[in-house]
Design a protein around this ligand. Sequence first.
Ligand code: NDP
Ligand code: HSE
Length: 437
Amino acid sequence: MVPVTAPTALRVALLGCGVVGTQVVRLLTEQSADLAARVGAPLELVGVAVRDASAPRDPAVDRALLTEDAEGLVRRADIVIEVMGGIEPARSLLLSAVAAGASVVTANKALLAEDGPTLYRAADEAGVDVYYEAAVAGAIPIVRPVRESLAGDRVRRVLGILNGTTNYVLDQMTTNGLGLDDAVRQAQALGYAEADPTADVEGFDAAAKAAILASLAFHTRVRIDDVSREGISSVTADDVAWAAQTGHVIKLLAICEVTDEGVSARVHPALVPSGHPLATVRGAFNAVFVEADAAGELMFYGRGAGGAPTASAVLGDVVSVARHRVLGGKGPAESHYAQLPIASPQEAVTRYQIRLEVDDRPGVLAQVAQLFAERGVSIEAVRQAPRPAAGDGPAGVAHLVITTHDGTETALAATVAAIEGLDAVQTVTSVLRVEGA
Ligand code: NDP
Ligand code: HSE
């Protein structure tokens, strides 16, 4: 009889034990038997690196595993999970890990969007995996579908709500009439937004995710600096009310597409028609649409943030890279063979809705329309609308809402500048893009 030897345990190091890391520890512990069966070998958590090992922790975390020596920890692991965030020391630690032969799993979108290729190259040379499902849209499986399931197709466009905090904020402004600051405070109280909400509110978080998705979808290196970014800090309660009056909701969208000029990636608030599926994405949820030549349209929806949902994505990656170590082989390397140019944000084509207050007298609309025509921006619809709170506008002022057909940012900006120069125009109140129509 052949003696049966127990498979050798795989040593797992965890970098970071905050919102996500704590849930990773919990799942690794609670599901250890299932995970061992799925991997074909037990996963042994050998250490948890934190900034302050004496700080209070969730009871799920065995304090004996805590260490402040992250560099020492990564050298004694087969798999390193990085959920500490930030660029350094995360980058150096992951590079040390792959140099020592460990596979890595990370949720760190900021690092990948800033300098992912350095890590991918190092991992490729070392013959180990880098997996990062949790870095984009939390629990939603989107990295693997784009990287693997759609590898035989040609992706044209990725459009989505990639930031749960801003979606919650805009949803509160829409459904409960909150102002931006109150809605952000509420998001902080619920643990969605951090004490410093800049990364979410100003669109940096969504831009990092857009860079990662665009890189995967278009086989081209796209960095966060290549993404044109505008957050929601300028969205007013008035914008939200007008959006409703014109049959829209405002969403912070990430849009990655291939155009004749190359890869275009942008993050900005946009008007979405109320009947569009993205308009129904409420609270802190995320949703992503992918359009591919053969597959057509695909939609992914779920929780884009939070400890347990994000830990679910992390653990899925851990099982994949662990299986590779047990069975041999490795996952796909970075694919950037297409090397498409990055298109100028000024050439991005979309529709716009412009609101302006003008003198209410004959000929003004014709003057405004003329400026659009001169710059090749085609008007789809004009309405002279009552203000949302009817009757509270000053006498002699007309509120125009102009929606355009597709036009470039350059043409639109030139048109708006010209409109602002008209004597009859009192103010251009807002310029918002319209998507998903
Ligand atoms: P937290 O701030 O809650 O936790 C960070 C952890 O990393 C803490 O335990 C901290 O230690 C530790 N840490 C930070 N810097 C160092 C350092 N220099 N040396 C050692 N340990 C360090 O972050 P989150 O859990 O929210 O996020 C982690 C990662 O996951 C980020 O990259 C984030 O973008 C990503 N992510 C987060 C999601 C979420 O919903 N929170 C969703 C998707 C991705 P200490 O506890 O001692 O301070
Ligand atoms: N802060 C992010 C969000 C979660 O609100 O979606 C981490 O990616």
